[in-house]
Design a binder for this molecule. Structure first.
Ligand SMILES: [Zn+2]
Length: 310
């Protein structure tokens, strides 16, 4: 019988993540080389197709910069931790009394569903955790509005880097689709023998691999993006998907506009930027540390860290 150690799996995932960062950068470099080496000569030689090739290259390079920015934001931004000493009660005495009650009571709040209304306590962190926060075994701590741990970004995806993660998916989807479209002609030319006499003998092989990878990523990301678009529209996380199916009246659904703002922020000008302004960040943290957001009232600006009345 195989003895599967969960903690060894977590360590394995952490090391895999380091490799995946290099894999992502390798894919980007490979595709960029294939596209630029195919279209830069057209721009240099001028002619009728030069302007089209120039703007295609410009758009592609802008997408690469955008996806790398979103990627490193998703990798480097802390997904949102529960502040030390945070509790959902009106006073420290009430929190201490509830913890004492928890130690001896028969109920186990940490096993109840998020949104049940009862404060939850993380046995691993030995701390209270807000609604929608979950313990991430790989990073070893509770993460606010945790979505999932992603080996591609070597980070847990949560409250403060979910937007960057989604933008990374979007930009990568468009960049892969554009690259596959731009390389399609060269890809077909390889089979017709049109690439036999190129200056760089490795280029046909690089274009072949880049086209296949870009087309495969584009198709697989389409399904993933549709899934996350539905989650954002419903104000639900990947972890909460199964819980939502059992909850007809989803308590976090505040309407499409507010649900989108809960992920992308209030300023539409910054929706395409993978970071939040200090004000947006304060609102997100304040909301994540509340017991329950009002559905119809204006979103209050978060007051930052600290205990909040239930
Ligand atoms: Zn925890």
């Amino acid at each position: 019988m195989v003895d599967l150690n969960v903690f060894q799996c977590c360590r394995f995932l952490r090391h895999i993540g380091k490799v995946m960062v290099l894999v992502v950068l390798g894919f980007v470099t490979l595709t960029a080389y294939a596209v630029i080496s195919s279209y830069a000569p057209m721009v240099a030689h001028g002619g009728a197709r030069a302007a089209g090739a120039f703007f295609a290259l410009l758009f592609f390079c802008a997408l690469v910069v955008a996806l790398l920015w979103a990627y490193f934001a998703a990798v480097l931004v802390d997904p949102g931790r529960v502040p030390a000493g945070w509790h959902p009660f009106g006073s420290d005495e009430e929190a201490a009394a509830e913890l004492e009650r928890l130690e001896f009571a028969s109920y186990r709040p940490q096993e109840r569903l998020a949104g049940s209304g009862r404060p939850r306590f993380c046995r691993k962190c030995e701390a209270w955790k807000p609604e929608r926060a979950h313990h991430d075994s790989i990073t070893g701590r509770c993460v606010l509005r945790m979505d999932h741990y992603c080996v591609w970004v070597l980070n847990c995806v949560g409250l403060l880097n979910y937007k960057a993660f989604l933008l990374f998916l979007c930009y990568t989807f468009v960049a892969c689709g554009l690259a596959a479209g731009l390389l399609a002609g060269t890809f077909v030319g390889i089979f017709r023998g049109l690439e036999a006499g190129t200056e760089d003998p490795a280029r046909p092989a690089i274009v072949f691999v880049a086209f296949v990878i870009d087309a495969a990523f584009c198709l697989s990301l389409a399904g993933f993006l549709i899934m996350h678009a539905r989650l954002v529209a419903a104000n639900c996380t990947t972890i909460e998907m199964y819980e939502k199916r059992r909850t007809p009246d989803w308590p976090y659904n505040r309407g499409l506009r507010r649900n989108v703002q809960d992920v992308f922020g209030n300023s539409q000008l910054r929706w395409f930027v993978p970071t939040y302004s200090p004000e947006e960040r304060a609102v997100l943290l304040g909301n994540a540390l509340r017991r329950r957001l009002p559905r119809s009232d204006a979103t209050p600006v978060g007051s930052g860290y600290g205990a909040m009345a239930p």
